[in-house]
Every structure is written in structure tokens, then in C-alpha cells.
Design a protein around this ligand. Structure first.
Ligand code: FPP
Length: 250
């Protein structure tokens, strides 16, 4: 069976009424993909950006409301300087190029992460893309850049403490909802968290939001992750019973 045939067969297996509303992806394996081709890591990251375009397109076609992708973590600053600067350049290029397609497809951009520490040129491209796509309603693509789940929680705790100190908030009113309201905008509850490349870790991504996410791991390296792989993940998700701590159907 050809890839396209395979795709239409898989598509029929999907229950459109039970789609994951929020899919998160740890886009892993770019470096290994490039090394297998004797090419520099930058080649893998570029192919990774292509895979993100494909994944966004299929999520939109399916009707997934939000896609959040881990593009650059707070730990990624430890990478060699030339790789960090290449990734920043690639992000700027991506943001500039994607605005038109995102507008045509009615996709809004979201940003998860800390602005502080990001180069001005990245912030400028980000702000421009955020503003240009703010009216889109079909889907939201959240880019996690300079993102760390622990950092996000620490910042939220700091803001709540500030509010408590100023008398704006009662310490006794700090609960899960109050904490969630201080997280980066657009994260929301994750339904399905996908990590390709064979690694089986969460790596500090959406720690709070993924508390009840269904986890899906697959061996394919991110640059090779195609529409069939995304459908496989959604089909697998739909076969699971989500109990959220309850006992499920009896
Ligand atoms: C992990 O693979 C990937 C990253 C740290 C960067 C993710 C970036 C992209 C997918 C492309 C750029 C994204 C945008 C939005 C333009 P790795 O480098 O750790 O791979 P490895 O584990 O095989 O070394």
C-alpha cells in the first residue's frame, strides 16, 4: 500500500468527535537524523522545521484545536554557541515565512516561554507574527521557545507570592486554578503528548499541563515524522480509556 493510500485508510479510523483538543510534541531527533546522513546538525534542524510545517497542516486538517511544540528549552542554551545561533536564525526565518500560510489557514500563533534572555531579533519576529495572526480562530500553534516547565511553575509561584504580599490575594485562595491562571498563555490541558526519536522522557515540557496527558512514544526521528505518524498517534490515543483518577466504565 502506498503512503497516500495508507493515509486515507488511517484517516477513516479516526473518530472526529473524540479528537485530542491539545497535542504537544517534543520535536526530538534532528541531530541523529543529520548524523545518519553525514550532515551537520543544522541540516537536521532545517528538516525538523519542515516536519513541523507538515504536522501543523495535518492537525489543522483534522480539526485539532491546539498544537504546542518544544522548539527551544531553557536547557538548550547549553548547546554549542554555533548551534544556538543557528536555531535562533531558523526560528526568525520560520516566523517570517509562516505568517502568510498561518493567516491563509486561519492559524493563530502562541508563545510559551520567557521573553527575557531571547535575542531582540527573535522577539521582534515573534511579536510581529503574534500580532499578524491574532485574529485567526481555526487552530492555535504554540511555539515553546526559551521554555522550561519548572521555570514556568517558579514564575507562576513568584507572581502569586507578589499578589499575596500586596494583599491582592489571600494565601488560602491559592489552589490549582489560581496557579494555572499564572502559567504561560495558551498552554492549557494537554490531551496527547508525542515524543518521537525513541526517547521516553518529558524533558521539562508542560509539566503542569500534561498531568493527565496520554503519552505516545515512537522511534521515528522528528524530521521523518509524517502525516501517517501523526494519525498513528491519534488512533492510539483514541483506543485508550482516559480515567483522570476515576475508575472508568463499569
Ligand atoms: C531536538 O533534537 C530538537 C531541538 C532542540 C530543536 C527543535 C527545533 C526544530 C524542530 C526546528 C526548528 C523549529 C522551528 C519552530 C523553526 P536534537 O537536536 O536534540 O536531536 P538529537 O537528540 O538527535 O541530537
Amino acid at each position: 500500500m502506498g503512503k497516500d493510500e495508507d493515509y486515507s485508510v488511517k484517516l477513516q479510523l479516526i473518530d472526529r468527535q473524540r479528537l485530542p483538543a491539545h497535542i504537544a510534541v517534543i520535536m526530538d531527533g534532528n541531530g541523529r537524523w543529520a548524523a545518519a546522513r553525514n550532515r551537520p546538525r543544522s541540516f537536521g534542524h532545517r528538516a525538523g522545521a519542515e516536519a513541523l510545517r507538515r504536522c501543523t497542516e495535518i492537525c489543522r486538517e483534522l480539526g485539532v484545536a491546539s498544537l504546542s511544540v518544544y522548539a527551544f528549552s531553557t536547557e538548550n542554551w547549553r548547546r554549542p554557541a554555533d548551534e544556538v545561533s543557528f536555531l535562533m536564525k531558523l526560528l526568525i526565518e520560520y516566523l517570517r515565512q509562516e505568517v502568510r500560510t498561518m493567516n491563509e489557514q486561519d492559524i493563530a500563533l502562541g508563545f510559551l516561554g520567557e521573553r527575557e534572555g531571547l535575542p531582540d531579533a527573535v522577539l521582534a519576529a515573534l511579536d510581529q507574527a503574534l500580532a499578524a495572526t491574532a485574529q485567526s480562530r481555526s487552530m492555535r500553534l504554540n511555539l515553546a521557545i526559551n521554555y522550561g516547565g519548572r521555570r514556568e511553575l517558579a514564575l507562576a509561584a513568584r507572581r502569586l507570592a507578589e499578589q499575596a504580599v500586596s494583599g491582592e490575594l489571600n494565601a488560602a485562595d491559592i489552589d490549582e486554578r489560581a496557579l494555572a491562571a499564572q502559567l504561560f498563555d495558551g498552554g492549557g490541558e494537554v490531551d496527547l503528548l508525542i515524543r518521537p526519536s525513541g526517547e521516553q522522557r518529558i524533558s521539562n515540557f508542560l509539566l503542569y499541563q500534561a498531568a493527565y496527558a496520554e503519552l505516545y512514544f515512537c522511534p521515528v526521528l522528528w524530521p521523518d515524522f509524517g502525516k501517517n505518524d501523526l494519525l498513528d498517534a491519534v488512533i492510539d490515543y483514541q483506543r485508550r480509556e482516559r480515567r483522570f483518577g476515576n475508575i472508568g466504565q463499569v
